[in-house]
Design a protein around this ligand. Sequence first.
Ligand code: SF4
Length: 76
Amino acid sequence: MKTDGRQQKETGPRMIPVVDLGRCSRCEGCIEIAPEVFRVNTDTACIEVIDLPEYPIDKVNETITYCPEDCISWEH
Ligand code: SF4
């Protein structure tokens, strides 16, 4: 059985990336890695997660590993 992200999505709970804005330094590294997931909110100038039906698990995991403030996580 395949165990890629899509398979996990169909069988597990929906996973949504979240940013702890209290710790975010707005370095925008997450946007560089996954511009399809993260963007700057033009009103608040804070990082926000784009509303997607599903998220690229490997890409988001990469941002979690990279984030210098350790403020990105998965919410189930
Ligand atoms: S990588 Fe982390 S600290 Fe940098 S903007 Fe993204 S969430 Fe904020």
